[in-house]
Ligand binder design. Structure first.
Ligand code: ADP
Ligand code: MG
Length: 289
């Protein structure tokens, strides 16, 4: 496309709340065949809510006191769900020391002189998780609930089910992308069953789950062997994937680093604008604007 056409294209997009950083990005957008989505905050609203607390060893108040203590220094969206629930019940978070975040798994710390953790089954690996516990976990995961385990003093004291609903327009956007011939993929650190349940709900074809934050960019590289890839994301974790993709599309509500890493920023946080970006790029290229 001519420089003038590209300027017209990016100008049109800007009026619609789609910030395309330069003309080259608009050209690259024209050749995209696969659109890869982060899950939390991109396909889903990003405001996870507790749906289930399954107590194994302690009262619900004690579980929330420990869980809130562990999550009080975490920046993960799941942490906010725990902190909100504790606050609603006027529960004061436990004091913690030796806090450590474990990327893609959860957090651990010392509480009242005991080792404590909160996170997924991978983090809980050192603890005995018997069959009946695993069944409870799988049941929640099949309901699209992320399950986190709370460990304290060498015991798993609770399972917490947390749900993050898809954005209202996610399903419509995926369907529109498929209509214009795009392959759609979900790329997430969350559990496979949870990811599949949400993908099915919104109509995404392919799920790549349980990917550690450091491996998201490598996964994009693999997908690029098939054809040019756009990656849509919002988190700190997503920055390397946003820069690796042929076109990185960041949510306007995302972290600063995601917005800096994206070639396109969706101000309205609406996935329908991914469709609009692709259609606009095609129109610009075909000089029919
Ligand atoms: P996502 O792709 O959803 O951003 P992450 O890599 O951030 O995935 O996290 C993957 C998984 O690790 C989460 O689904 C959760 O099970 C666990 N996890 C990570 N951080 C925390 C935390 N602060 N509290 C509880 N669980 C966590
Ligand atoms: Mg996210």
């Amino acid at each position: 496309a001519t420089p003038t056409a590209l300027m017209v294209g990016t100008g049109r997009a800007a009026k619609l709340g789609i910030l395309i950083k330069n003309g080259e990005i608009l050209e690259a957008t024209h050749s995209i065949k696969t659109v890869v989505f982060d899950k939390t905050g991109t396909i889903t609203v990003g405001k996870p809510q507790i749906t289930d607390i399954i107590s194994l060893q302690a009262t619900e108040n004690e579980i929330l006191r420990i869980a809130a203590g562990l999550e009080s220094s975490s920046e993960h969206p799941l942490a906010q769900a725990i902190l909100n629930a504790a606050k609603e019940k006027n529960i004061t978070a436990a004091e913690v020391s030796n806090f450590a975040a474990i990327s893609g798994k959860g957090v651990q710390a010392m509480i009242d002189g005991q080792e404590a953790f909160i996170g997924n089954e991978k983090l809980a690996n050192d603890f005995k998780t018997d069959n009946s516990l695993h069944e409870k976990i799988v049941k929640l995961q099949n309901e699209a609930k992320t399950v986190i385990l709370v460990g304290y003093a060498k015991q798993i004291i609770a399972l917490i089910g947390i749900q993050d609903a898809p954005k209202p327009s996610s399903k419509q956007a995926i369907s529109a992308l498929k209509k214009i011939g795009m392959q759609t993929v979900m790329l997430t650190g969350d559990n496979k069953l949870v990811a599949q349940a949400i993908a099915k709900d919104v109509g995404i074809d392919e799920v790549i789950a349980e990917v550690l934050p450091g491996d998201k960019a490598a996964t994009i590289k693999k997908l690029q062997k098939r054809n040019p890839v756009a990656f849509v994301g919002d988190g700190i974790n997503d920055a390397p994937a946003l820069t690796t993709a042929n076109v990185g599309i960041a949510m306007g509500s995302g972290t600063d680093i995601a917005i800096e890493s994206g070639g396109i920023v969706l101000v309205k946080n609406d996935l329908m604008d991914v469709v609009t970006s692709l259609v606009l790029a095609k129109k610009t290229y075909d000089r029919i604007l």
